[in-house]
Design a protein around this ligand. Structure first.
Ligand SMILES: [Zn+2]
Length: 288
């Protein structure tokens, strides 16, 4: 064997929701007030699409059914540019607040709108706030029953909003005899310490070099693909401020919004990125 192995293909993803739909603000902004609030998701998605296009990369857009229903043109634009449309559920209800029946209905409702407006097949799912965990042993079975090929819904870590510490760090088959693959959010391990390193606040709040180090470590030390995720509101310093949210949530939500686009450009240039369904195909081959 000569020469270095080609760089691993990492998964690039966007969780498409608006500034008022994030889990951290759930208690202060009621769902029935959403329609009265200013929607900024479409302009922010267009910025992200330009960033991806400039870098020549394709990614996966895990979109809420609620958003897709109100922004069909945006969905068609995303799909037409070669990105994958996947599901983020209907209205950001966390999976552990549902039961198997209501989860199945939520999945079905979101998927039919997503497929309808984008005219593309939806085979991937990401749970709002990575809310598939030890409390939802039925969730992967429901996804398999509905024919999903992958889920990226588990955080093998403890966090104040989510986490399933005992879950595997890399792709696994959660349902015996089913094709479904779960691709957990990326974590990095040093000694016996494990950190979430997949994106969101980790990427935005900490210096870029920390993310670069973490993804390099996963690619070279673990020899596995990493995944990253962004939210459209993370590149939007002009979004309305939510005054009554918990201080900790506000600090995390509003930090470094202005520097985000530059950071994303560096990340996109420093690693090899692709759609989640591509990463899943590679993982499936590796596991075969
Ligand atoms: Zn979300």
């Amino acid at each position: 064997m000569t020469g270095a192995a080609p760089p691993l293909l990492n998964g690039l993803s966007v969780d498409v929701e608006d500034w008022f739909q994030v889990g951290a603000f759930e208690r202060v902004i009621a769902r029935d007030s959403w329609d009265a609030l200013e929607r900024r998701v479409e302009a922010n998605c267009d910025t992200i699409l330009r960033l991806f296009d400039d870098a020549g990369v394709k990614g996966t857009f895990f979109t809420l059914g609620w958003i897709a229903q109100r922004h069909p043109q945006m969905m068609r634009r995303i799909a037409a540019m070669g990105h994958e449309i996947a599901s983020h559920g209907w209205d950001h209800a966390r999976v552990f607040t549902m039961d198997a029946t209501s989860f199945a209905a939520d999945l079905h409702r979101a998927r039919s709108v997503l497929e309808d407006v984008s005219n593309s097949a939806v085979t991937g799912y990401r749970a709002p706030s990575f809310s598939i965990d030890a409390r939802t042993p039925w969730a992967h079975e429901v996804l398999a029953e509905q024919g999903y090929l992958y889920s990226s819904s588990v955080a093998p870590i403890v966090h104040d909003h989510y986490g399933w510490r005992e879950a595997a760090r890399f792709a696994f088959r959660p349902v015996c005899g089913a094709d479904l693959l779960e691709v957990p959010v990326t974590t990095v391990e040093v000694g016996n310490r494990r950190m979430a390193a997949g994106g969101g606040g980790f990427f935005r709040v900490l210096p870029y070099t920390v993310s670069r180090w973490a993804i390099s470590r996963v690619n070279s030390h673990d020899r596995r693909p990493a995944l990253t995720y962004f939210h459209p509101w993370e590149i939007d310093p002009g979004q309305p401020k939510v005054p009554h949210a918990p201080l900790r949530s506000r600090l995390r939500h509003y930090t470094n919004l202005a520097g985000m686009a530059d950071k994303m450009r560096r990340l996109l240039a420093d690693f090899r990125w692709g759609r989640m369904d591509e990463l899943v195909r590679n993982e499936r081959e590796r596991m075969a």
